[in-house]
Design a protein around this ligand. Structure first.
Ligand SMILES: [Zn+2]
Ligand SMILES: [Zn+2]
Length: 450
């Protein structure tokens, strides 16, 4: 059958609106709305038959029950629902009433067409309302991961709005010990602060084992500035609670849920966080980031640079220390799962490379050393030898018992590429990528790993 014959057969099941008629031919010709297709076909058929042209009121249509007349109205509802929300991208989805879906099939079958000829009612609704939402709110449609997702519930007459999270990337320094990275609920009271009706004694009724955390000192500021409902901290690994994080800091992403603000001034935000954290934690290099940055900070292989205070059981001289550190630089270390983590991990021997070492004696039984090594290298054991379970080790090479008395992380770097990749950022702040050789106690002798 020709397109005009098909159109006549469909239009004969009156009253059918132009959009519903045209939707059965949605795949034909670009740059037209379905209503334009339907109206044109109706006119062409009238001319061909030399019959009077009769316009059909959309409100009377039995297929869509007049819904194709309501695109503007639904778009206005969407815009009103996000009046105080800042966003750049959106997507519209439609829940079609089952009755309309049935009508669509009956309409096509009644004209002898395939039941899925043209396009679905909801595809047109999404597109037509979507175009109007874009114009009303000056934003663009994004079929991947939009800032805002509208769901039109045609039967209930309501618009559901999902405001998707937004993300801020940066690097943090933790300048004091005994601050966990993320909030640590008290295990006596399960974080409630109460045992029965009495305040929990262990945590003083606060619900937290440590009063501060890197998360607690940073995420609430971002949440408030972006006017979100909640915020979550994602770190690129974590240091021990008793280790500081110094130097160039550790990459992190703060995710803000349901933000009303997205385009915030990151330099100002940096200042706000640093003022709030009161010198215990500092952040730098903040950037507005894509959601994929969360996965990147969590999964990218990273090398770490540590600074360790070391105590020796017997005196050590400068030359011996220098020779031992020299020996470790570039060495591949075999580490049998350390005693201290034995019960948590499967026992195995792992091989990790030491990229760079430096250090000097503070007195003949104390030294400060810096070690840059592959991710997963156990530094305390590299120093002590862990009763022969780590080889080679500083203690082994010196033939003196050695122990780490204080440990700080001074840098966390992507092994193969920097964490700071422009394609993951949504702003145009210049990148601040730390050099792996950079070190606060650099004596000038440092060299970059290959
Ligand atoms: Zn209709
Ligand atoms: Zn408690």
């Amino acid at each position: 059958m020709s397109i005009l014959a098909d159109a006549r057969a469909l239009a004969a099941q009156e009253p059918v609106c132009d959009a519903c008629l045209g939707r059965a031919f949605a795949e034909r010709s670009h740059g037209l709305t379905n209503a334009e297709r339907g109206r044109s076909l109706r006119i062409a058929a009238a001319l061909d038959d030399d019959e009077p042209y009769e316009q059909v009121e959309t409100a009377d249509c039995w297929v869509c029950e007049g819904l194709c007349d309501q695109f503007d109205e639904w778009a206005e509802r969407c815009a009103a629902a996000v009046e105080d929300v800042e966003f750049e991208t959106y997507q519209v989805g439609t829940r079609t009433p089952p009755l309309i879906e049935e009508n669509e099939v009956l309409f096509r079958e009644g004209a002898g067409l395939d039941e899925d000829a043209g396009e679905l009612f909801k595809s047109e609704f999404n597109r037509e309302v979507g175009k109007r939402v874009g114009r009303l709110t000056d934003t663009t449609v994004d079929f991947g991961r939009p800032d805002v997702q509208f769901t039109l519930d045609l039967e209930a007459g309501s618009v559901e709005v999902d405001v998707h999270s937004t993300f801020v990337y940066g690097r943090y320094r933790k300048l004091e010990r005994d601050i966990p990275q993320t909030e640590w609920p008290c295990n006596d009271c399960q974080g409630s602060g109460y045992i029965g009706k009495q305040p929990c004694e262990k945590c003083d009724g606060t619900g937290y084992l440590y009063q501060d955390s890197v998360e607690g000192l940073t995420a609430p500021v971002v949440r408030d500035v972006m006017d979100g409902t909640d915020a979550k901290f994602h770190g690129a690994g974590r240091e021990d609670v008793d280790a500081r994080m110094l130097g160039t800091g550790r990459p992190f992403v703060i995710e803000v849920m349901e933000p009303r603000r997205r385009r915030v001034d990151v330099e100002r935000l940096e200042g706000d966080i640093n003022a709030f954290a009161g010198g215990r934690v500092e952040v730098e290099g903040l950037r507005l980031a894509d959601y994929e940055m969360v996965e990147r900070v969590k999964a990218l292989d990273a090398s770490k640079r540590y600074r360790a205070e070391v105590e020796f059981a017997d005196p050590v001289d400068d030359d011996a220390l220098a020779a031992a550190l020299d020996e470790l630089e570039g060495a591949t270390i075999e580490q049998y799962t350390p005693h201290r983590v034995d019960h948590r991990r499967a026992s195995l021997t792992r091989k990790r490379e030491v990229y760079e070492t430096e250090g000097e004696l503070d007195d003949d039984t104390h030294a400060t050393v810096e070690i840059h090594g592959a991710g997963g290298l156990y530094i305390k054991e590299l120093v002590s030898g862990d009763e022969g379970r780590t080889n080679p080790s500083l203690a082994g090479l010196l033939d003196v018992d050695a122990e780490v008395t204080a440990l700080d992380v001074v840098g966390v770097y992507g092994e193969d590429e920097p964490f700071e990749d422009e394609s993951f950022f949504r702003d145009d702040r210049p990148a601040q990528t730390p050099e792996t050789g950079e070190s606060p106690s650099n004596d000038g002798g440092a060299s970059n790993p290959e």
